[in-house]
Design a protein around this ligand. Structure first.
Ligand code: GLU
Length: 284
């Protein structure tokens, strides 16, 4: 089977050393297996993504000689595919609309006497389930009133449907899936109609990605993704969760580390090889 990997940046800024490492890693896994390296633009969040960064990011990848196979797909043009996947989950009886605002969820959690674990691995509040048991009539009324809603996955029902699952991380070995740590996670946001989790699983499957490579910061998300693969009946890849590139203070790189953007390193006269070597050395 041909090994297929991908680099999936969001066009919210210029690529920095952390991206260079992630792209190099995915490219390297594909090249070692004489496989195929793809690039996908993860631009569902129209509030944060800026189209002009797409060309700049692709230009930086070209400068690093991390050549990819065309076409580059853009998630913003694939909303129909996410809607279909969402419909399948709905038809399985595993989703429900959630009309709660963040403030309402906070108040609900506080009223329940703040449980010790109230956040998911991604920092989102663990949803107390308020809208899960709403009557059909009330759901209809709320929808008809035009109140915006997100779609949540009923995680307990989803787990029952999928049964117990494992997945393989090529660095850390076999894992037992623990998607419940996300609670009733949002799989379609109020504003965008999908979510990172749903879109990434649908697209990795559609593009035939056999090895998903990503940073350790997304390790826990893969537990949830494994569940989505099962529910959507999609072929399951292997994962690699690689180390993150950190700045001098030991923090993972962020926008404030502007001096590590590939643009600024290029402007300072660094060669592509030197930049990649620096990224690899800083990944820990
Ligand atoms: N688009 C995500 C990011 O920029 C990465 C996607 C993934 O590897 O799952 O962090």
């Amino acid at each position: 089977m041909t090994v297929v990997t991908r680099f999936a940046p969001s066009p919210t800024g210029d690529l920095h050393l952390g991206h260079a490492y992630a792209a190099w890693y995915a490219h390297e896994v594909a090249m070692r297996a004489r496989g195929c390296f793809l690039v996908r633009i993860e631009d569902i969040d129209s509030g944060r993504c800026r189209p002009h960064f797409v060309a700049r990011q692709l230009d930086d990848l070209r400068w690093l000689s991390l050549d990819w196979e065309e076409p580059v797909i853009h998630q913003s043009q694939r909303m129909d595919n996410y809607a279909k996947a969402l419909e399948r989950l709905r038809a399985l009886g595993l989703t429900y609309p959630c009309f709660c605002t963040r403030a309402e969820i906070k108040a609900e959690i506080a009223a329940a006497g703040a449980a010790p674990h109230t956040t998911a691995p991604d920092g989102a509040m663990l949803y107390p389930g308020t809208c899960r048991t709403m009557s059909t009539q009330r759901r209809q009324d709320m929808t008809a009133s035009g109140r915006p809603y997100a779609i949540r996955l009923d995680i307990a029902a989803a787990r029952r449907t999928a049964g117990s699952l494992t997945w393989n991380d090529r660095i850390r070995g076999r894992q037992t899936a623990r998607p419940e740590q996300f609670g009733d996670v949002i799989i379609a946001r109020k504003d965008v109609g999908t979510s990172y989790h749903l879109a990434v699983v649908v697209d990795d499957a559609a593009q035939g990605v056999t090895q998903v490579t990503r940073g350790m910061d997304l390790f826990e998300a893969s537990h949830l993704h494994r569940l989505l693969y099962a529910l959507l009946d999609l072929p399951v890849p292997d994962w690699h969760h690689h180390p993150l590139v950190r700045n001098a203070a030991g923090r993972r790189l962020a926008k404030r580390d502007a001096d590590t953007t590939l643009r600024s390193l290029r402007a300072q006269g660094h060669s592509p090889d030197k930049v990649l070597a620096q990224a690899i050395a800083a990944a820990s």
